[in-house]
Design a protein around this ligand. Structure first.
Ligand code: 5GP
Length: 187
């Protein structure tokens, strides 16, 4: 199987701890809501929130994307009212920026006290819309990644580190081989 580990578990965990330290310093004295975008942000949010200390609430929302222009609607809304709260959107990856740009617009209408975004991964070179990104874990290239929340057709979100799929046709031909290859490395 032509896959390569691009960010290993130790590097992920060290970088997530650094992001948490930056956020904790910036939000000192406040109690932000970490708003995870389902489902990809789940592992990142879990690790980030545990490094952040006691002062953070957690909530989630689900999005449905439609159309090539990246329009989104909320398919599962937050349980927490966000009006007047310091909201930090937690994303797995920002690619064209269209999803995040729509989401920020939607959330702004609910009048949070502040709105910021932390993304684990940033495909900066593929950006179509300029969207503010206050915190980013890693800037990456154009390769298709899976693991640590990122999926291919719903699979591989549970891989503990990040892998680049170098041959999507090969993956389509034998989807089971990737998981087997990754878990057999003991990583
Ligand atoms: P954007 O609206 O910024 O173009 O889209 C972001 C979404 O694209 C992510 O939430 C994710 O679903 C998908 N995406 C972009 N790049 C990748 C990638 O390398 N791997 C996976 N699994 N999804 C990606």
């Amino acid at each position: 199987m032509t896959v390569a580990e691009v960010v290993d578990r130790e590097t992920l965990s060290a970088r997530v701890a650094e992001l948490a330290a930056d956020i904790a310093a910036d939000y000192e004295g406040r109690e932000p809501v970490l708003l995870g975008v389902l489902k990809g942000a789940v592992p990142f949010l879990a690790d980030l929130s545990r490094s952040l200390g006691p002062r953070a609430d957690i909530d989630f929302l689900g999005l449905t994307r439609f159309g090539v222009e990246g329009r989104v609607s909320i398919s599962m809304d937050t349980a927490t009212p966000i009006s007047g709260r310091d909201v930090i959107i937690v994303e797995d990856i920002v690619d064209t920026g269209l999803t995040l740009s729509y989401l920020r617009g939607l959330l702004e209408t609910r009048e949070p006290a502040s709105l910021a975004t932390v993304t684990l991964l940033d495909k900066q070179t593929r950006r179509i819309v300029d969207v503010p990104l206050e915190y980013r874990g890693f800037e990456i290239g154009d390769e298709f990644l899976v693991g640590y929340g990122l999926d291919w057709e719903g699979r591989f979100r549970n891989l503990p580190s990040l892998w680049a799929v170098l041959d999507l046709a090969e993956l389509q031909g034998d989807p089971g081989a990737l998981g087997a290859a990754v878990f057999s490395t003991g990583r």
